[in-house]
Design a protein around this ligand. Sequence first.
Ligand code: ATP
Ligand code: MG
Length: 354
Amino acid sequence: MPLTSKEPIYLEVDPGRFLISRSANMQRAWKLIERAAPTDTTVLITGEPGTGKELVARLIHKLSPRAAREFVAEDCNAVAPTLLESELFGHERGAFTGADRPRIGVFELADGTTLFLDEIANLPLEAQARLLRLLQEREFRRLGGRRMIRSDFRLITATNADLAACVRAGTFREDLFHRLSVVRIDLPPLRERRQDIPLLVSYFVNHKRLRLKRPGVCRVSHDAVDLLLSYNWPGNVRELENLVETAILECPGDTIEAAHLLFATGAGPQGPPVEDLDAPLRVARQRVLASFERLYLLAQLRRFRGSIKETARHSGITTKHVRALMRRHGFDRRDFQPPVRLRSLARPKKNQAG
Ligand SMILES: Nc1ncnc2c1ncn2[C@@H]1O[C@H](COP(=O)(O)OP(=O)(O)OP(=O)(O)O)[C@@H](O)[C@H]1O
Ligand SMILES: [Mg+2]
């Protein structure tokens, strides 16, 4: 079945680890993943923190002809800038003080497989120049080395920064930016694909309750789901995953209640929009109105169990308008049709060929 079906998508990225979505907002990403995976095209994945960039990179590798070899990942943020070049390109003995033996870099290590460079916006300018040359010539030298080395790696990079803005600010090379973004996959934030929230919650509960030794937890109350649907999720799927984990531990019985949801900010969905104090009045007002619109719609859909007709009648707007608002706020009527039971993941659908 193609990745772009209307049904929820469960794709096994690693054994027991799935990438899940049923949001229409992810359709474009699925199409690009499906098209890029079998090729050697360079892919740039962008999106806010926790949106699943690394998971998508692993999925592309898994669906590619290079899948038999292990995926190589390097986080440009995790290594001190001075060591990063050696980490990437390797070095020869005596290349710098302390280089008392030669070392292979990840570009060499990834020969024949996929190389994932995370947080690429943090690559220092000098390393950017080296990387550009490597991508143009498919050859490079280790630091302090003379021999040209060939490596056949497929490059996937990711960032949560706005790379175009980095180019304008002069911290990222424009030519490299174009080289890296042959295919660009932008992962929408969770608040723009709220249909995925109930799906992800049941997946995380099912996956974590055994490991956390709480096998009895198998339900989520309506109030808890409402709260999850109305929150803004600045930390995206990672934040949701962590929240579910603490909720399972907080839950003494079989049902996760709203009281078990300990939002990291302490404020939760109804907290004061403190960050808006930095925005001009016009922008802040727009945000509050959008947030009110979302909560109002949520309450009506909840009240009428997903009935668009009833919601329209009671809100004094047309059904067309309700549908447009639901699209804007990422709501799916099926999420409001009771009972809210956890979908079993015992036999997840694998909508993929291999
Ligand atoms: N669609 C999804 N389905 C299931 N799990 C997901 C999905 N998206 C993200 N996750 C999970 O959320 C967590 C964060 O994902 P990942 O590390 O891929 O995000 P990221 O965009 O690389 O984040 P960062 O910018 O912080 O590096 C992981 O545990 C991942 O498995
Ligand atoms: Mg990441």
